[in-house]
Write a protein that binds this ligand. Structure first.
Ligand code: DC
Length: 337
């Protein structure tokens, strides 16, 4: 695709200190570059403006000192009654073939309530990477809603098994699921999945349902059926969603995107420990085989395959605890708000 000339805008607020101005401008420019997949070669110029109360350090100098070797122009904004104080704005003119992502951080989020009302964290990755453990910790620390999207696919996997139809027969699966009603409820902060009026939160956690969920999740009808439910929940509150296609399909504009992975062996060990703790009689080898098969299903399906979004931060959790991964995400979010 030919690259087009685009204007990408962003703003941030800072206290009038060298440290805060430096931190705020670095954060804004790096986020703009990362979210828009920019390279210096693509950038024509950067214009910087600041309100007249930003005097401790030159914002444009921060950009230069960060190593962004592009033409810079800076100016002071007029002092308008009621205007946002301590505000630094940036406009990047660049060649790009990606959709423009304008970024408003910290107090500057108030300038664009249309794009900065609530925020969403997309946490994608293969099964057993630790997504749900991380997401629960993040949700608790930030006081936001957690949606385990895998549970929705599991509910439809369970329904398909109960219909007794072949999971390979997409038309039969669709017929079975056409009347299925999946509702999410939160009780004492925990997510409950209600399938046709029954709380199935416990029943969807068996290896049989895992395989069924992976199989039905490849059917376009199933993905479409669950798309609006996932988006609805994300519209009304700050959320963290974990899944396979959150950053790429469900919430492509999510402010924060992560792709959490771990080696198949580490993931299988975690799943095995989880199942063994529940008293399930499984062998490590069978769990590893399931992990490999689900990875293959999830990443090779034609619709919304498991894939890292271009603007997702990759985290490998083999040697990092869920707590440490969650801390990293919480730090990123609080820095931007
Ligand atoms: O995360 P999990 O293991 O509970 O997910 C169960 C299955 O559902 C998984 O194999 C793939 C599918 N899934 C999906 O396709 N898209 C999502 N957003 C979440 C799960």
């Amino acid at each position: 695709m030919d690259k087009k000339l685009v204007s990408i805008r962003g703003a941030v607020t800072a206290d009038n200190t060298v440290n805060d101005i430096t931190g705020a401008v670095r954060l804004l420019v790096r986020t703009l570059y990362f979210k828009n997949a920019l390279r210096n070669d693509d950038v024509v110029n950067i214009t910087v403006s600041a309100t007249d109360d930003i005097t401790a350090f030159h914002p444009a100098r921060v950009i230069r000192e960060c190593g962004f070797a592009v033409p810079l122009f800076s100016c002071v904004e007029p002092n308008i009654d009621g205007g946002l104080k301590g505000c630094i704005r940036i406009m990047i003119t660049a060649y790009s073939d990606n959709p423009v992502r304008n970024i408003y951080l910290r107090g500057a989020r108030a300038l664009r309530p249309d794009i900065s009302g609530t925020y969403a964290i997309a946490l994608d990755g293969p099964s057993g990477a630790g997504k749900s453990t991380v997401a629960k910790i993040v949700a608790k620390k930030l006081g936001i809603t957690y949606l385990d999207t895998g549970a929705l696919y599991r509910a439809l996997g369970l329904k398909t098994l109960s219909c007794g139809v072949s999971i390979k027969d997409a038309a039969k699966v669709e017929e079975c699921l056409s009347s299925a009603e999946v509702i999410i409820e939160y009780r004492d902060g925990a997510q409950h999945v209600i399938l046709d009026g029954e709380d199935v939160s416990g029943r969807i956690r068996t290896p049989e349902v895992s395989m069924a969920a992976s199989a039905v999740s490849a059917i376009p009808y199933v993905r479409q059926k669950l798309l609006s439910l996932q988006r609805e929940i994300s519209k009304t509150s700050n959320v963290i969603l974990d899944g396979r296609d959150i950053g790429t399909v469900v919430l492509p504009d999510a402010e924060f995107k992560y792709f959490l992975t771990a080696s198949p062996e580490v993931r299988a060990k975690r799943r095995y420990d989880e199942l063994a703790a529940k008293g399930e009689s499984v062998t490590f080898d069978s769990v590893l085989a399931d992990v490999n098969e689900r990875d293959k299903n999830d990443s090779t399906r034609a619709v919304a395959p498991l894939k890292q979004a271009v603007d997702a931060v990759s985290i490998v959790s083999d040697d990092i605890s869920a707590e440490a991964v969650a801390d990293r995400i919480v730090r990123d979010v609080t820095e931007c708000l």
